[in-house]
Write a protein that binds this ligand. Sequence first.
Ligand SMILES: C=CC1=C(C)c2cc3[nH]c(cc4nc(cc5[nH]c(cc1n2)c(C)c5CCC(=O)O)C(CCC(=O)O)=C4C)c(C)c3C=C
Ligand SMILES: [Fe+2]
Length: 426
Amino acid sequence: MSDSQKDELMQKPISRREMLKLGAAGGVGLLLGAGGITGVLAGSGMINTAKSTTAQTNEEVVPFYGKHQQGIITPAQDFICLGAFDLTTSSREDVRKLFQKWTQAAAELSTGAGVGEESNNPNLPPVDTGEAMGLAATGITITFGVGPSLFDDRFGLAGKRPAALTDLPPFGGDELLPQWSGGDIAVQVCANDPQVAFHALRNLTRIARGKAVLRWVQDGFQRTRTADPSGSTPRNLLGFKDGTNNPNVQDADLANEVVWVQPDDGAGWLADGSFMIVRRIRMRIEVWDRTPLNEQEATFGRHRVSGAPLGETDEFATLDVEKKDEQGQPQIPVNSHVALAHMGGKVKIHRRGYSYSSGIDAKTGQLDAGLLFICFNRDPRKQFIPMQKALAGQDKLNEYIVHVGSAIFACLPGVQAGGYIGETLF
Ligand SMILES: C=CC1=C(C)c2cc3[nH]c(cc4nc(cc5[nH]c(cc1n2)c(C)c5CCC(=O)O)C(CCC(=O)O)=C4C)c(C)c3C=C
Ligand SMILES: [Fe+2]
């Protein structure tokens, strides 16, 4: 096995079954040397021999350490728990220490373990909160980002603010609420189990006590892999397949073009990181549910059942916004969501959003549900912002949605074992 094959193997989420198959074929021995399968699984975090708060077996472990943070181009897990924090300290050293502690905890949590050493001291609160005890890692990823406000005058970091970490401009139709917007730091936890995801954010919040407090938290979900083992494109709460024409960011060249900040982009410390945009977009579900099918399809520019562009039958058929029907009219309405978001094929973003459902609006009795839109891009000034400007102006979908929350974060580069997230900044 070549070094690059080994690297690729170590970066990929790998199931316990796959690891056992590899072991049987002798591949694991070759890869990791002596120690046997138990050593391999312990080393990979698939079973934890050191802590009693851990899972017995972990079906999927995504390695925490690497060139990039996980949770950005990692195929989306079933659940998200996204928290934005405000710092309560004004000491840069405190912030650095917080990131060091968070890095250690996140690396532990990523293996399916609890945080810290269990003390069993009856006179002290347990170190880990315990609700994930015995649960598998379920592909958990924890991703850290910093917002524009971190670069104000509190920490002496103003000179390091990347120009691309700009405050998002107001867009037409925005009805943003402060309780769903902004934040000094974002912690995105994704996992294939909601309790595993919640546990991680809760324990990271606990670690931050005295240094940072939660500003807002939003949970989200997709259909689970149990409901759709084939892993076809998930549907959003308006019933349409959502994610079909995402760029293939497993292609390293495309990911470098669309997602990853490059060393000469202007902020060297952020190279291999990415910009995350979060928009909490509420759907006017009750209005949509009274809308005829042909109108719904014209709104997106795609067929509801197949997900194909209008006039086509295959979900992955090329989106040709120039194509005319028999009457010489555009086959895909020019004000449809995809016609506008396509941006002539010249501007791309990597979308990684989740549906959310947060009860009802007490004033109207209507559902507070929609899309926790998340995208990653290399430079929001050239990607997300012009795209959202185009959508805010004309998108037919605007009749059925309203943006109520907004945030932008610079997701820090990945780290190797021994380092800490944010080491190039603090
Ligand atoms: C500014 C970026 C975008 C926002 C905000 C946004 C909101 C939003 N989108 C949907 C549902 C769908 N979006 C689809 C495609 C699509 N959307 C964007 C960007 C934003 N969407 C892009 C770049 C694309 C791809 C365009 C292309 O080149 O084809 C689709 C179609 C299927 C797909 O390709 O994913 C759906 C469905 C909702 C419901 C929503 C706000 C609530
Ligand atoms: Fe969209």
